[in-house]
Design a binder for this molecule. Structure first.
Ligand SMILES: [Zn+2]
Length: 335
């Protein structure tokens, strides 16, 4: 079995009525009713991604709302809670339409002034609806990075909920208002690196929450290239080392890197039990061709297949690790 642990239903998020709802919110109109999206429209938005999954031999994907659309720096506390619930409701419906192909990962109504207890309540509510994990924006200020490190006690209610409910948090960046940091090219990768380093710096976090799990997407950002630097600074500054937080089973990465060289570096730098297959299938740069492989850049299965790993090692990355790290996904996966 092959599980893509990192997918977004971007086409669904781009439905004109969904985008129109958020636009109206941000204009202060606060529509009374949620957009009425038909099952036909939901199904249509999945066609391309299901076709690509079949072409690439991907059996199941963990699907979340569009990351850019989280835009946790915009709106108000109340608006963002409604916005996250709207997106999660659509994801829940989409995941049920083709049975056995998807498991839902949620959006959270984060906002710089939102009490984290409210976000924790949202985690509980949507976990009870069958959600298997949640995207959590470690910045939350649209690329300004003005908040305290996300690992602080102000977020403990979120961590308590995630640990108690056994759902991993995916540290995923969102929209950037900073033109120097385009979201898919820079802000997401900064969020990955920053999230990982903040976890190294947070000495008490995994003592307080020994079973808390984080997934750092996009191959852990700079992890494949810079793990030596982080090993050095961990010794220099008396932080937890990258090997410690990976080895303790608290931090995982996915395979969303787009070439053979960096995929191999990822396998060399990170223990294989900490790597989950992910491809952002039809997400970040749909249809863009890699001249080396003559295939889509985001067909990351090709780079894993072409690597020197043995078949049982590939199996761990393709499915076993995802099933272990996302235990609630089992109910969505056909036996
Ligand atoms: Zn993503």
């Amino acid at each position: 079995m092959i599980i893509d642990s990192h997918q977004h239903f971007v086409r669904l998020a781009k439905h004109p009525e969904v985008e129109g709802f958020r636009k109206a919110q941000l204009e202060g109109k606060n529509p009374d009713s949620l957009p009425n999206i038909s099952d036909g429209d939901v199904k249509k938005s999945l066609e391309q991604v299901v076709n690509l999954m079949e072409t690439r031999g991907i059996d199941v994907a963990f699907a979340s709302p569009r990351a850019k659309a989280m835009a946790t720096h915009e709106g108000t506390v109340e608006q963002n809670a409604v916005w996250a619930d709207l997106n999660n409701g659509l994801i829940a419906r989409a995941c049920k339409l083709p049975p056995g192909r998807f498991a839902p990962v949620g959006m959270l109504g984060q906002h710089p002034s939102c009490p984290s207890a409210q976000v924790a309540n949202q985690i509980e509510r949507w976990t009870n609806e069958g959600f298997v994990a949640f995207n959590f924006d470690p910045d939350g200020t649209g690329g300004r990075w003005q908040n305290q490190p996300f690992t602080g006690k102000h977020n403990y209610p979120v961590f308590e909920a995630a640990q108690a409910l056994d759902v991993p948090l995916v540290l995923h960046g969102s929209e950037s208002i900073n033109k120097n940091f385009p979201h898919t090219a820079v802000q997401y990768l900064i969020a990955d690196i920053t999230g990982f380093v903040q976890l190294m710096m947070a000495k008490e976090l995994f003592r307080d929450f020994p079973r808390l799990r984080f997934l750092i997407p996009h191959g852990g950002g700079a992890l494949p290239c810079q793990i030596g630097r982080w090993r050095a600074i961990a010794k220099h500054s008396n932080w937890a080392s990258p090997d410690e937080i990976l080895g303790n089973g608290n931090v995982f990465v996915d395979t969303c890197v787009y070439n053979d060289l960096n995929m191999q570096m990822l396998f060399d730098a990170v223990p294989l039990d900490n790597i989950l297959f992910g491809s952002e299938c039809d997400g970040a740069f749909p249809g863009v061709i890699n001249d080396e492989s003559k295939d889509h850049y985001d067909n990351t299965r090709r780079y894993v297949d072409d690597s020197t790993l043995a078949s049982p090692e590939k199996d761990r990355i393709y499915a076993a690790n995802a099933q272990r790290v996302y235990p609630r996904a089992s109910r969505w996966i056909k036996a």
